[in-house]
Design a protein around this ligand. Structure first.
Ligand code: PAF
Length: 278
């Protein structure tokens, strides 16, 4: 049976659970990508908690915190259908009874790519993830590869601060047209959605390349073409980075990389990525 609630209900549930616990941290607006994370959590743990909390610390002053999609009833419906054990739905004042003075710094890796476009974003993510880990006390936490930089940073967070939580990563889930699932896709008009397909097209172009240099060039060419054709499309970045550090791959790189992409379509900022090994 799925139960839900704030800190008090979570503490009651947590002390009654035997065996391993998996946490799926979310900001709600659950879609099939989240359901894939829940399914994975159910495979690897005895009990599954999902957190639904739109974390103000990770939004910049001009970002979409106020209009970020919120539909708790729909989220709970999905969690019930997927037989989640507990849904942690704290109020804002339960998570941040006052403006936090002490937060987690995401370091250099938190200032590049998404971190450069959204200053302070990853400090906010790592701060709330640390709090969620302390409150839920999971053995394992499941994150999507869609947010590749967030995933790499959460892995560093748990290693560098010895948080004792295993991080499990689930590949990107895409719609039939190739667009990676994201809660922000619902902001796109039909036309914008078609234009956004330049992102998965750039990934396909990069996959066909033999070397890291060719992969990055192919992705950049594909996105530049979309930008020329559609005034509402603008490229943020298209770069091949080392997967664990988010440092740009040097010439002749061999190993695990990830091609990270960001673009704006109309008013909506989208990201996508593909792990590539050379
Ligand atoms: O990926 C997200 O939805 C959020 O960044 C997370 C990890 C739930 C922290 O607020």
């Amino acid at each position: 049976m799925t139960t839900h609630g704030g800190r008090a209900e979570l503490a009651g549930w947590r002390s009654s659970v035997a065996g391993t616990v998996a946490l799926v941290p979310t900001m709600g607006a659950l879609h099939d990508g989240h359901r894939r994370l829940i399914a994975r959590a159910k495979q690897i743990a005895d009990a599954v908690a999902v957190s639904v909390f739109v974390n103000p610390l990770q939004f910049g002053p001009d970002e979409d915190f106020d209009r970020y999609p919120r539909d708790l009833e729909a989220d709970l419906e999905i969690c019930r259908a997927d037989e989640v054990d507990f849904v942690f739905t704290p109020e804002l004042a339960e998570m941040y009874p006052r403006e936090p003075e002490v937060t987690v710094s995401a370091g250099r890796m938190g200032t590049v790519f998404e971190g450069a476009a959204r200053p302070g974003h990853f400090d906010g993510v790592l701060t709330v993830v640390t709090k969620l880990f302390r409150l839920v006390r999971p053995d394992v936490a499941v994150f999507g590869q869609k947010d590749a930089q967030q995933l790499a940073l959460v892995e560093r967070l748990t290693a560098d601060l010895d948080l004792g939580v295993t991080i499990d990563a689930v590949p990107i889930v895409r719609d039939a047209d190739g667009l990676a699932l994201s809660s922000r896709n619902r902001y796109l008009s039909d036309d914008e959605r078609r234009i956004a397909l330049a992102l998965p097209a750039a990934i396909e172009a990069a996959r066909a390349a033999a070397t890291p240099e060719e992969a990055q060039d192919a992705a950049r060419r594909a996105l530049a073409g979309a930008q020329r054709r559609h005034p509402e499309f603008s490229v943020g970045y298209a770069t091949l980075v080392e997967r664990a550090t988010f440092i740009e791959c040097p010439p002749g790189f061999r190993g695990d990389a990830v091609l990270v992409l960001a673009a704006r379509v109309g008013a909506t900022r989208l990201i996508d990525n593909a792990p590539l090994t050379f």
